[in-house]
Design a binder for this molecule. Structure first.
Ligand SMILES: C[S@@+](CC[C@H](N)C(=O)[O-])C[C@H]1O[C@@H](n2cnc3c(N)ncnc32)[C@H](O)[C@@H]1O
Length: 200
């Protein structure tokens, strides 16, 4: 994915559109900003690093776990283009509504936001995905998300303070795990029910 593709996506989905009115004047600051319910719209340089490592291509099918304000979902929608599909998943019901409203103003007809199902991490109903982005920190690489990756799929997820890139070359191949730099994220919340989001 080129720098210019990322630049075009950031220009097409300005951060301010995804912030509560009182936070919009801070949109240019490189720090996380509150979106309510104890959650944040992520720091712009961090979002850019996540997207660089995700290496999204036009036409791909992408899952955005922890889509919050909908900003990353809209950025991904521009990166995959009209032939691609983006599914955002969010665990806080009020943020599902916020993200949908924000996305509705962002010219992203190829993207949608789903509420996280109890006991389910990600959105297995839409799998397999070419790319999965997680914007909240897990304790361990979530095996259930690795299972939702397709062949040559890439998962970018903060794990125990480190940005982590997982590549899956095929259904029977061991995933390749690369540990990168340290980042601070809000925790990946337990979706309730039977599944441990950070474990496995
Ligand atoms: C850093 S915040 C939002 C990031 C978002 N990409 C943005 O820029 O607005 C992470 C989000 O992950 C959500 N989240 C936490 N655990 C989750 C889970 N198990 N499933 C789905 N969303 C989750 C939080 O509610 C929060 O909205």
């Amino acid at each position: 994915m080129s720098d210019s593709a990322l630049d075009r996506a950031f220009a097409a989905a300005p951060r301010a559109w995804f912030l509560p009115p009182a936070e919009r004047r801070f949109a240019g600051l490189d720090r996380p900003l509150p979106i309510g319910h104890g959650q944040t719209n992520s720091q712009p340089t961090t979002v850019r690093h996540l997207l660089e490592h995700l290496d999204v291509r036009p036409g791909q099918r992408v899952l955005d776990v922890g889509c919050g304000s909908g900003w990353t979902t809209a950025l991904l929608a521009h990166l995959v283009g009209p032939e691609g599909v983006v599914v955002g998943v969010e665990i806080v019901p009020e943020l599902v509504e916020l993200g949908r409203a924000n996305l509705g103003r962002a010219d992203a007809p190829n993207a949608r936001i789903e509420a996280a199902e109890p006991g389910v991490l990600g959105h297995p109903g839409g799998a397999p995905y070419d790319r999965i982005l997680v914007s909240a920190e897990a304790h361990d690489v979530p095996a259930s998300l690795v299972e939702q990756l397709g062949e040559d799929g890439v998962l970018v997820v903060p794990v125990a303070g480190r940005l982590t890139v997982v590549r899956r070359s095929g259904p029977h191949a061991e995933p390749d795990v690369q540990w990168l730099g340290h980042y601070a994220f809000v925790p990946l919340l337990e979706p309730g029910g039977v599944e441990d989001p950070g474990g496995q």
